[in-house]
Design a protein. Structure first.
Length: 222
């Protein structure tokens, strides 16, 4: 699933998600990593979705659809577009969220998304930035591409694991070093200061909350 012209490090960041590994994703990410390594309560991530989710939503970097499955959807017939580079993740999340009106799009979040501008009320990029190659400054292109799909006054939100400017426990430091060596993560230089700078440059109205080494952010699209 490398695709024509896809950089190796972009491919590495999503290649770990196979039908087999996705079976264990929720346990590994939300029960183990969030609790013991990244120190972000899952209830805070669910509250992030509850506060910001619009009736027509774009989810970029879908994982298994865990948070969308468990949050409180606002509309009787919630519409969700799932955008991800990994076909296995798209299929897995689409099956899980089949009670919603689901559209899937295979796309690289570092490039402009093949979606019409301003057609969503909200967009999420949850646990995506730390998987992408480059610095926070270059990864922030994802914020531009997501925001382009959201109407003015809509919401953009997500969370990312940082390595600098936050409290990284010894266990988390060892885990992040391993994940970076394997190419699953690319966040060895991701800092809270850089994330603040990139968000402030794009969104006059935004908020960041830090839990352990995880930054949870939300913004209004101008």
């Amino acid at each position: 699933m490398t695709g024509p012209g896809m950089p190796v490090d972009v491919h590495e960041g999503q290649a770990a998600y196979t039908p087999w590994t996705l079976r264990f994703y929720d346990l590994a990410i939300f029960q183990v990593n969030c609790r013991f390594f990244w120190r972000v309560p899952v209830r805070e991530l669910l509250a992030l979705f509850d506060r910001n989710l619009a009736d027509v939503h774009l989810d970029i970097g879908v994982g298994t659809g865990y948070l969308l499955d468990r949050c409180r959807a606002h509309a009787p017939r919630q519409a969700v577009t799932l955008a991800d580079l990994n076909e296995h993740s798209l299929r897995h999340a689409a099956r899980r969220l089949a009670r919603y009106h689901i559209t899937t799009v295979r796309a690289d979040a570092l490039r402009a998304l093949p979606l019409p501008p301003g057609c969503f009320g909200s967009a999420s990029v949850n646990f995506l930035l730390h998987c992408l190659p480059g610095t926070i400054r270059s990864k922030a292109a994802v914020l531009d591409h997501a925001a382009a799909c959201v109407r003015p006054g809509g919401r953009l939100f997500g969370a990312t694991v940082l390595a600098r400017g936050v409290r990284v426990t010894a266990g988390a430091r060892a885990q992040l070093a391993l994940l970076n060596r394997r190419g699953v993560f690319h966040n060895a230089h991701d800092s809270l200061a850089d994330l603040r700078t990139e968000l402030a440059a794009r969104f006059p109205s935004h908020r960041i909350a830090v839990f352990g080494c995880t930054a949870v952010f939300e913004a209004e699209v101008p």
